[in-house]
Structures are given as C-alpha cells and as structure tokens.
Design a protein around this ligand. Structure first.
Ligand code: FDA
Length: 307
C-alpha cells in the first residue's frame, strides 16, 4: 500500500531508529499532536477537558509484548489504578488493553484472568481488547471467548483488512459481542490482508453492515466504529436506519488529535463520540503506525524540527 507506509512500518520495528528518535526533543514535540502526555495524569486531565465538551474517552497505556510475568502483572496493576482514578473523578472513560502487554505470549490463562479482573472492576463499563498483528488473532479470539465466559462487559477489536475477519465475525456473532471495528494498522502480507485501500473500505462496510443487521435482529450491541473515515461512518448511519435502528446507533471512536472537527460535528449530531487517548513511554512504534496511516503527517514532524 505505498512505499512511504511500508517504510514507516519497517522503521517502527527498528530498535536502532527507535533509540535515536526517542532521544530527540523534536520527536517528543511532534508526538504531542497525538498524545496529551506520557503520564496517566495527562490522559486524565485531557479526559476531564473532553468531558466538559461532551466527549467520552478510551484510555490505553502504550506498550507491546513484554518480557516477563512481573511486567504483565504491573500492567494489570496499573490499569486497576486507572479504573480507580476514573471512578474517583467520575470521568466518562473506558480502558482498552493490548493482550501482549498483559502477557498473552507468556501465559494466556493468566492474561484472561487479569482482563476478567479488570472487567469486574470496570463493570458496567466495557473493557476493550485491542487486536495486534495477525500472528495474534487466533490467541486473541480465544482470549476474548475466555474472558467473555466470565464477564459480559468485554469488547473486542476486529480488523477489516484481514481476509479472515468475516469468518471470525460469523463465529463470534452467537455471543452478541461488543465489537470495535477498525481498518487495521499493521504491516501484513497480501495473503492475509487486503493491500488495496478500496478493498479494506469495502470489507469495513460489509462487516459494519453485518453487525448492524445483527444488532437490529437480535438486540445485540451495534458496532463501535473505530475510524476517522467519515464517508464510511455516514454509510453505516444509512445502514443503521435501513435496519430499523437510530442513525446514531453506532458509537464512534477516534484517536486523540485526529480530525477533531469531525469528532465535534458527530457529537453535535447526537452520536456518542469517544476519543482514544494513548499515554506512556513506549510511544515510538505506535507513533510510527500513526504516521504510516497518513504519510503526509511526516510533514508535521518536519515542521516541528524547524521549531
Ligand atoms: P483511513 O486511514 O482511510 O483514514 C480516513 C481519513 O482519516 C484519512 O483520509 C485522513 O484524513 C484521516 N486520518 C486517518 N488517520 C490519520 C492520521 N494518523 N493522521 C491524520 N489524519 C488521519 N488498529 C489495530 O490494528 N488494532 C486496534 O486495536 C486498533 N484500535 C483502534 C481504536 C480506535 C478507536 C481507532 C480510531 C483506531 C484503532 N486502530 C487499531 C487503528 C486503525 O486500524 C487504523 O489504522 C486507523 O484508524 C486509520 O484508519 P481509518 O479508519 O481512520 O481510515
């Protein structure tokens, strides 16, 4: 899907580039466009600001595969603290967690136990499970099922770019799952993911429509639209009405700093709009994935270089 995208996704996995970039203050300045700060306090303060304007948020601590169980335990304990702060401050915030950051690679049963524990403490709010690269899809689906057996308030992210997702969705539908539908952010081979944007968009709409029709027929949750693609959101609104649901049946979740004008417009139209706020030290890989989504963003980095 374009040289610039592939180059940025390659750089996101290069440790030498990471160590160089993390040291530069220009990079820290550029990153501010997509995250209010590295610390939880910054994410909570941004949530309070957004709350005053009518938005909810989803909080996520950056980080991917970890090396040992103690680190995973620490991530779990951190999220317990986050849920406590959300409750104390009466903030309209959910959490979304990365399975490998909670030790999916090391001990899948413990990972499920920790997420179920977070869901118990978040109840009735949803706890979302992110979807990582395609090597983790099977394990993440199994993880979701395991947690879902214990807690109803858990949601799962599905990626429209994967060729397998329609079949995965069909297998999940009997659970009436809460699904956040995204296009997909990782570098994937063409036999696993559609290389062409037009195919990804068509797959997104087909999956969204399937979930909307299922919601209308079964009273299941309507999908959360995790996208900045306002054309697709408008089409899903039409599909919702055609299925007999309210046009605002789907919540819209967008990333902090991306298309804020559209976020505000959707809110004015009566949608529930949540802004996903990432925070934490491990921003490098995540930030390069944001640049890869829109290589024109590299221009912002260049501008911040200039001061
Ligand atoms: P697309 O890339 O087509 O963008 C649509 C329009 O939005 C563009 O034309 C552009 O104007 C604007 N835009 C999009 N990205 C931008 C950017 N970075 N900077 C500036 N403008 C931009 N992925 C994943 O694999 N697993 C996950 O768990 C999640 N979770 C997740 C949660 C939420 C709430 C969101 C919004 C996204 C994710 N993603 C994700 C990321 C997702 O897969 C995808 O990479 C991005 O959302 C970008 O794709 P869009 O759907 O926005 O469409």
């Amino acid at each position: 899907m374009g040289l610039a995208r592939n180059l940025l996704l390659w750089a996101s996995r290069n440790r030498w580039i990471e160590s160089q970039v993390r040291r530069r203050s220009f990079a820290r300045r550029a990153v501010r466009r997509f995250m209010p700060g590295e610390e939880l306090d910054a994410a909570l303060a941004a949530t309070a600001d957004l709350k005053a304007r009518g938005f909810g948020t989803v909080l996520t601590q950056l980080g991917e595969a970890i090396a040992d169980r103690a680190e995973a335990q620490a991530v779990h304990d951190h999220y317990i603290q986050v849920l406590g702060r959300i409750r104390e401050q009466a903030l309209p915030a959910l959490i979304s967690v990365k399975p490998t950051q909670l030790g999916l690679d090391l001990d899948a049963a413990a990972c499920a136990g920790w997420i179920a524990d977070l869901a118990a403490r978040a109840g009735p709010d949803l706890v979302f499970i992110d979807m990582e690269d395609s090597n983790y899809v099977d394990a993440t689906l199994a993880l979701f099922r395991r947690v879902r057996e214990r807690r109803a308030n858990v949601g799962l992210c599905l990626q429209a770019y994967l060729r397998r997702t329609p079949a995965d969705l069909e297998a999940l539908l009997p659970l009436n799952p809460a699904i956040r539908l995204v296009k997909g952010a990782y570098a994937e081979p063409a036999d696993r993911a559609f290389p062409r944007k037009a195919d990804v968009d068509a797959a997104y709409l087909a999956l969204g429509t399937r979930l909307i029709d299922h919601a209308a027929a079964r009273g299941a949750p309507a999908p959360v639209l995790g996208t900045h693609d306002v054309g697709l959101i408008a089409e899903c609104q039409r599909r919702a009405v055609a299925a007999g649901l309210d046009r605002r049946a789907c919540e819209v979740h967008m990333l902090y700093g991306i298309r804020p004008g559209e976020q505000a417009r959707l809110l004015r139209e009566g949608h529930v709009v949540r802004v996903l706020i990432s925070y934490g030290r491990a921003w490098f890989r995540w930030y390069l994935r944001r640049l890869a989504e829109r290589p024109a963003n590299v221009w912002f980095v260049v501008k911040s270089l200039a001061g």
